[in-house]
Design a binder for this molecule. Structure first.
Ligand code: ZN
Length: 129
């Protein structure tokens, strides 16, 4: 995966869906502009389990690759763990903080919100729901 632009946002997500998809106690993702992204050799296989959400994964190794959400058109969420530049992309936000596992403590100065990062992202892009 390669992006010609920096991500619009980098965030942790503590929601149940992200936990299940990543298999990790918390997900961390970067949200990229669809038009700036390219995938080599391709974006893998797409599945849609929840309405309005399309996820892709690598057919060879099963790695989750991307998430696309109808309410965030033109944006592609990529798990930080598969981004080569992850070390330079520190999260700015904890989304769904109220769903955080009680034993998980990440000591940082990031903003913590109880809802999804959607509002923050839409505010950043100037789009209205
Ligand atoms: Zn989530």
């Amino acid at each position: 995966m390669h992006s010609t632009k920096a991500p619009r946002a980098v965030a942790y997500c503590h929601c149940n869906d992200c936990r299940r998809v990543t298999g990790a106690p918390v997900a961390a993702f970067a949200a990229f502009d669809e038009t700036a992204l390219s995938f080599v050799p391709n974006e893998g296989r797409s599945v849609s389990v929840n309405s309005g959400v399309t996820r892709s994964f690598c057919e060879c190794c099963g790695t989750p690759l991307t998430g696309r959400y109808e309410y965030l058109p033109g944006m592609v969420y990529v798990s930080l763990g598969i981004v080569d530049q992850a070390d330079e992309l520190a999260p700015q936000l904890h989304a769904h903080e109220s769903n955080r596992l009680s034993w998980l403590h990440i000591d940082d100065e990031c903003k913590r919100i109880t809802r999804s990062a959607r509002d923050e992202l839409n505010a950043a892009t100037g789009e209205v729901d």
